[in-house]
Design a protein around this ligand. Sequence first.
Ligand SMILES: NC(=O)c1ccc[n+]([C@@H]2O[C@H](COP(=O)([O-])OP(=O)(O)OC[C@H]3O[C@@H](n4cnc5c(N)ncnc54)[C@H](O)[C@@H]3O)[C@@H](O)[C@H]2O)c1
Length: 259
Amino acid sequence: MPPQGDPAIAVPAMAVPAIAVVVGGGGDLGRATALRFAGKGIAVALLDSSLEGARRTLSEIEATGGRGIALAVDVTEAEALAAAIDTVEGSLGAVTILVNSAGIEGAVEPIVTYPEDAFDRVMAVNVKGVFLAMQAILPHMIARGHGSVVNVASTSAIRGRGGLAGYVASKHAVLGLTKVAALDVGGRGVRVNAVLPGPIAGRMIENIERQSEGGVRRGNAAPVARPEDVATAIAFLASDEARHVNGAGLVVDGGSTLI
Ligand SMILES: NC(=O)c1ccc[n+]([C@@H]2O[C@H](COP(=O)([O-])OP(=O)(O)OC[C@H]3O[C@@H](n4cnc5c(N)ncnc54)[C@H](O)[C@@H]3O)[C@@H](O)[C@H]2O)c1
């Protein structure tokens, strides 16, 4: 069967300069991902509610001769996201890659006492934020017939973790959103995938561990990745080398969810 016309093959082979938006680019994984892109000569827009964090990553990119822009954006605000994408395209050019790496862990508390406001906030940032960022960028990518989105889920998208009701529910939702988006855009030159990391060394896992004292959290101990280990997987999914990968959830956890 010739591949031509197969809707599963999402990205046509064509040379387009890559421009990446990394939402959450001021965080541990966003930073590593942005530096990875910059190392490949890709200009990177760092969108983060922490302008300080986004600027920190930008200065590291610029120190290595890379190019980018840092913008303060709360991913739960649709208008701010749309305005940021316009600013990025005016400054760097047409966005070809979106990485949704903004996220919060929320409370660490058994479900019966898990605070409602913490649940709402985790769902707003981790789920609605991914939804809104895709809504902001996908129309541009579809119109140009080229683009790749990588949503950062977690192994919490495919397993339970005691004490993390909001987080685990949100990451299951991110994987679901990824599959829907992949189907909605597939065959139009745009792909949407997810990466499912296990624990990554950095702020988030340290805070969860701190809050877990007293044994609220239940689950098997998983090996901890370096942010760069996960950034490599994101860079692959974002690249045209993954042209036949659409709607996938790539687990990057050292094998810990196998048992
Ligand atoms: N750290 C881990 O162990 C781990 C494991 C699996 C998945 N993940 C996921 O990876 C992603 C990145 O996590 P990380 O480890 O880099 O954490 P991090 O806390 O270092 O980075 C998260 C970034 O998101 C930003 N952010 C938070 N709320 C925001 C909002 N409303 N709008 C815009 N930006 C906002 C923060 O300012 C921060 O820079 C998250 O989605 C997280 O759930 C992390």
